[in-house]
Write a protein that binds this ligand. Structure first.
Ligand code: MG
Ligand code: MG
Ligand code: MG
Length: 302
């Protein structure tokens, strides 16, 4: 049995990719496979699952001694417990290559596209496997989410080709679907400050040290004006309690493509020259952590 599992603090792509990849492994390869998740789904993912008529994957406790297929990451910091004692048999991902290594040859599909589900769509095509409506909705939802309705600089022609074909199979109105999905994506009402920081938090190694960078997507900065102070305090707490050299949160306005980068920690001084006010850097035309926020931070942190 192959356990197909996405990254920690799961976003829509890591949930949808796990579900779809498990089906692909069964249909295209005849393997036994099950999708798992490293945490509860967000309301955005719940919306996609509901549209697809699919249940959320079960929670993954440990993968020790199991065969594992990674979707949407290749970093050990984002992997489930027990990964050192697991056999990684495959990867579908669209991020820079992380630090996983394997003892046996593996199947790795890593493309510089906007979404892991875009790669999966092309794998279905490659293997001539029929795409069900449910899987079409899951893949389309993940692509719309990851590419911020095709507006992110991470979006490629392959994502657009996949989305067009998947829209036909899903039999939905793409514009309406994008509008609805962006509305749930940016709805942060009722969420606590620590859950907002955690929601899409990623831990990156830098030499011997670690930094964390989260991201929340909103439709207007009014939504967070009264939360910035508490968010800064929460980021500071992460550094004190968990020893991170920097903890940062990209607060991204998807309507204007402006990101406010909040940051705390010992390495804050390296960012000070770029700050417009204390512990905040304004980043124009910035929607993507992978292509914009994180590469910029890596350069500045040296
Ligand atoms: Mg992801
Ligand atoms: Mg992704
Ligand atoms: Mg993401």
């Amino acid at each position: 049995m192959i356990q197909v599992v996405g990254h920690t603090n799961p976003d829509s792509d890591s949930i949808c990719s796990a579900l779809v990849a498990a089906d692909w492994l069964k249909a295209a390869r005849g393997y036994e496979a099950v999708a798992l998740a490293q945490g509860e789904v967000t309301s955005e993912t719940a919306f996609i699952l509901e549209q697809a008529g699919v249940q959320a994957p079960a929670i993954c406790e440990s993968v020790a001694g199991q065969k594992v297929w990674l979707v949407d990451y290749t970093d050990l910091t984002q992997a489930p417990r027990g990964i050192e004692e697991a056999e990684i048999v495959g990867i579908v991902d669209h991020h820079r290559l992380g630090d996983v290594t394997t003892t046996n040859p593996l199947e790795a599909w890593i493309w510089p596209v906007g979404c892991s589900c875009t790669i999966l769509y092309h794998l279905f095509k490659m293997e001539n496997v029929e795409i069900t409506r449910a899987n079409a909705v899951l893949m389309l939802g993940a692509i719309v989410s990851d590419t911020v309705a095709f507006r992110s600089p991470t979006c490629t022609e392959k994502d657009r080709v996949a989305a067009e074909a998947l829209t036909d199979i899903a039999g939905i109105n793409l514009d309406a679907f994008c509008d609805q999905l962006m509305q749930v994506k940016t709805n942060i009402e009722g969420l606590s400050v620590d859950s907002l920081v955690d929601r899409d938090l990623k831990k990156y190694p830098m030499g011997e040290d670690f930094v964390v960078v989260g991201q929340i997507e909103i439709a207007s900065f009014d939504q967070v004006d009264d939360k910035v102070e508490a968010m800064q305090a929460e980021l500071k707490k992460r550094c004190t309690e968990e020893g991170f050299k920097l903890s940062a949160l990209m607060v991204t306005n998807i309507a204007t493509s402006v990101t406010k980068l909040l940051f705390q920690g010992e390495w804050s001084e390296k960012l000070a020259a770029h700050a417009s006010e204390a512990n905040i850097v304004m980043m124009e035309n910035t929607l993507s952590r992978k292509k914009q926020g994180w590469p910029w931070l890596q350069t500045v942190l040296g």
